[in-house]
Design a protein around this ligand. Sequence first.
Ligand SMILES: [Zn+2]
Length: 247
Amino acid sequence: MRLVTLGTSAAYPTIERASSGYLVNEGKTNILMDLGSGVFRNLLRWVDPSDLSAIIISHLHQDHFIDIYPMYYYLAFHRSEHLPINVYAPEGARDFILQIFSGVSGSRLDAVYSFKSLKDRMFFNIGSIKCQSIKVKHTPMAFGIRLTSQYIISYSSDTAFNEALYDIAADSDIFICEATKQDDYKDILHLTATQAGIIARKANVKNLMLTHIWPDFDPARSQQMAAEQYDGPIIIAEDNMEIYLDS
Ligand SMILES: [Zn+2]
């Protein structure tokens, strides 16, 4: 099982970082989790998008899905044999996304993407990988994702602190956790790095990856905050990191 970070910024891309996106690969199974601005471009370095097994969109904030637009043109013009590609996303995603596709009819969109609704505590298989979506605390509706095969890779999506995060992260080999905040502004539905560390410790995570850190913040401080709560390895996510989980 391999994890490639394709986008690690929060809210907007920076010179160094695209918005959110992660590729999980095992054999011929390629799962793209989220595709914010710049993720499609980074994806091209690693895999032919025609070879994606499925896409998961954790929630409908632009920094987590907007590159579905350029991806559409790539897939439509390359006439991949694998179309339509399954897109697991919150309910209503198809009609919401269709609104931004000027000049593309619903039937043309459906020829490229087959939207499936994520539900709380839903299991589904993508290739060799067992997937589970678990609802987290964010607006609009958002789902953390747990990918299980020989190893477990889990992803918080965007969320305020809530108990479901322990189930998402439980015993993960890598827990990709948003750590947008360094101070606890309660009106923003995101995690602090301190909270990410607490979740990692209580959920018995083997490696904690901090991502989605607000662009103005020093990631070293976020790492230090998490390390005060969690003794295991902490990775500060950067774009195009390739992490192999091997026995
Ligand atoms: Zn969000």
